[in-house]
Ligand binder design. Sequence first.
Ligand SMILES: C[S@@+](CC[C@H](N)C(=O)[O-])C[C@H]1O[C@@H](n2cnc3c(N)ncnc32)[C@H](O)[C@@H]1O
Length: 298
Amino acid sequence: MTKTTVRRKATQNDIADVTRLQRDIDVQVSCENNLKFMRRLPDESMKLIVTSPPYNIGKEYEKRRSHEVYIEEQVACIAEAARLLHPTGSICWQVGNHVHNGEIFPLDILLYPIFKQLGLQLRNRIVWTFGHGLHCQKRFSGRHETILWFTKSEDYTFNLDPVRVPSKYPNKKHFKGPNKGEISGNPLGKNPSDIWDIPNVKSNHVEKTDHPCQFPVALVERLVLSLTNPGDSVLDPYLGVGSSAIAALKHERNAFGCDLEKRYVDIAWERIHDLRAGRLRTRPMNKPVYEPSVKESK
Ligand SMILES: C[S@@+](CC[C@H](N)C(=O)[O-])C[C@H]1O[C@@H](n2cnc3c(N)ncnc32)[C@H](O)[C@@H]1O
């Protein structure tokens, strides 16, 4: 007897199912609450947990809640992150200010004790500076946020060479001693320091999507390259449109992440597919920041 296959036309639901894919070979990205997502992952499985949580300032993806509730949510997520962290791994929590009635509350100061109580050790408080943002009328316009970089132990992965930046004076030589006359700096460049000037993603940035607060991929790339090795796993529990996943996959790491909003998760998958197809545009990691020339006044 011959078997007849009945082919039916793809419906909208089938198409939605395709974009709702949750994993493939080196990615697990899903639309769900981060505690639910993280609780399924094994202990000590993540080499880098890098994220930017909501700041409780009423952005389109969050509801303003009391300070106590916000901190409780952060405690739960950070505790789960500490459980997932590999013994030689790192947690990087990127935050700015909570703002209430014109008063600012720096989130790194508020969250630091949570990490300390979990026994984590602070390696750097990286200052991320950028050129664009709101123009404030009653205080100086905010042009920096911070990244708290913690490790679980004293034995942690730190690769400086892949993230060195060009030295200011590459031909500078030792002027005395046994190496007199030889180049004094590292030929691969210098340590990028704990102040990172990387343009934030505003309307004319090549990476801009519909998300109001995306990471520039270059910011995460620097963390991925320095704090993990190829084949390691990188998790972002507040994934948004997947910038951390893109940074991880660009450098042969495995990417994990989740977000509550389906429209962001769909964009994240689209970006992942574009990266694999070689058509995702990202701003190069060490591209110098554009400086408008200052015309001297007469
Ligand atoms: C500051 S944004 C992160 C943006 C991300 N860094 C990017 O490059 O797109 C915070 C994200 O957390 C998501 N979010 C808020 N609460 C969450 C939760 N409990 N679980 C998962 N995602 C959550 C929001 O939908 C929002 O997209």
